[in-house]
Design a protein around this ligand. Structure first.
Ligand code: SR1
Ligand code: MG
Length: 390
């Protein structure tokens, strides 16, 4: 696992990506390799490189200096590739089975070479097909519990924690979240996108000062509450899964933020998938409850076994932190549900509902529940998500 700095940034092509992995010694110079650009996200190039004879394969991911989804008019810092590579290595130190292995990173080229996970499916795609991934919440709850505790002030020395906060400073990507998740959907802004039929519901949201105040408070907490290293974009499109394995990818939005943010985004995306289904919703609601239970149990066990904070002997501190974490997660889930319905970046779970009438109804319900979550952060327990749809 190495990191280098080359002279000059340039976007890779399929040919130069092959040259790079051969130069790194990850394949022999004589091997016949095939490369394909498979990036379907909003921001990066992703090359899948394979030797068709041996089936050995690898992923080369490169950040572009702008947001691919909009074009060169939206410049973005390349440093996000280094943040992503550092975060993957950091997560891998605590939960190696839940992230891809990183083989190489180049800061200037903004390139990371990593394990190919194409034997797995992006969980959003699988969930849309009706999969339920029985181990998904066990794995994600454990991932979040480990990362939350082990990168927090309760595990790190105070000076080390502050250095980590600086290392993961990620202003451009935080700004995307501050705008797209917390601000734009709550105002009449050009980048929002929604069906004409939803306009009355959206205008009601824009005129709801109480909901907007909660969004503003959560945005402020997101920007200022450096509790732990968060993934920063933990939706179901950032998770590969099968019936046995789960792998978290794409932490380019990682930075030091609130304990509840990743939890809220993950829960929101499970909920949106449940909302898109006509049947078999139960596994999604069970995942929401189990994610929280596993998170809480993992965090609590580490609190008791590894805490370096003298005040941590008082159990009330743990209780307060966990209670606040869940309440924040409910609020963040509300923001995520709203922005995935009417903001710039939608989710296929809702957009691909084939009946127009059912799609509009589902989106209307999403807006209603998103608002409810923002207004009732203190009242919604994990197993109540199920009842919100009744
Ligand atoms: C311009 S980026 C749009 C969205 O894609 C990413 O995955 C994040 O969710 C971001 O909000
Ligand atoms: Mg992503």
């Amino acid at each position: 696992m190495s990191t280098t700095k080359t002279e000059k940034y340039q976007p890779l092509t399929e040919i130069s990506a092959i040259k790079l992995v051969k130069k790194l010694g990850l394949f022999d110079a004589t091997e016949a390799l095939t490369a394909r650009e498979i990036g379907d996200g909003n921001l990066n190039l992703v090359f899948h490189i394979i030797n068709d004879q041996t089936n050995k394969s690898i992923i080369v991911k490169q950040a572009l200096p702008y947001a691919k989804v909009v074009g060169e008019s939206w410049p973005l810092s390349l440093n996000r590739a280094t943040i992503e590579s550092n975060a993957l290595k950091q997560f891998g130190a605590f939960t190696p089975e839940l992230v891809p292995a990183v083989y190489y990173h180049d800061e200037t080229l903004a390139v990371t070479v990593m394990e190919d996970l194409s034997h797995l499916t992006i969980s959003r795609a699988g969930l849309i097909q009706g999969e339920s991934y029985p181990l998904l919440s066990q794995h994600i709850g454990s991932f979040l519990g480990h990362i939350a505790f082990k990168t927090s002030d309760f595990a790190l020395k105070p000076q080390d924690k502050k250095e980590e906060v600086v290392k993961y400073s990620n202003p451009d990507l935080c700004n995307i979240t501050e705008d797209l998740v917390f601000t734009d959907p709550f105002f009449d802004i050009d980048t929002n996108e929604f069906e004409k039929a939803l306009r009355p519901d959206v205008e009601e949201l824009w005129n709801d000062g109480d909901v907007k105040l909660q969004a503003a408070k959560l945005k402020y907490k997101f920007s200022t509450n450096a509790q732990t290293l968060i993934h920063g974009d933990l939706h179901t499109g950032s998770i590969f899964a099968s019936s046995q394995e789960t792998k978290v990818i794409d932490p380019e939005f990682a930075f030091y933020g609130p304990f509840g943010f990743d939890l809220g985004q993950f829960v929101a995306n499970l909920f949106l998938n449940a909302l898109s289904r006509e049947t078999n919703r139960e596994p999604l609601f069970a995942h929401i409850t189990n994610t929280w239970n596993v998170f809480k149990d993992t965090f609590t066990a580490l609190w008791h076994s590894e805490n370096t904070e003298p005040f941590a002997k008082d159990e009330r501190l743990l209780h307060e932190i966990l209670t606040q974490t869940w309440q924040d997660a409910v609020g963040y889930a509300g923001c995520e549900i709203i922005r995935r319905t009417i903001g710039l970046a939608h989710v296929a779970d809702l957009d691909e509902i084939s009946s127009e009438e059912r799609k509009i109804n589902a989106k209307r319900t999403a807006l209603k529940i998103g608002r409810y979550l923002l207004l009732h952060q203190q009242d919604v327990s994990p197993n109540e998500f199920e009842h919100l749809l009744r």
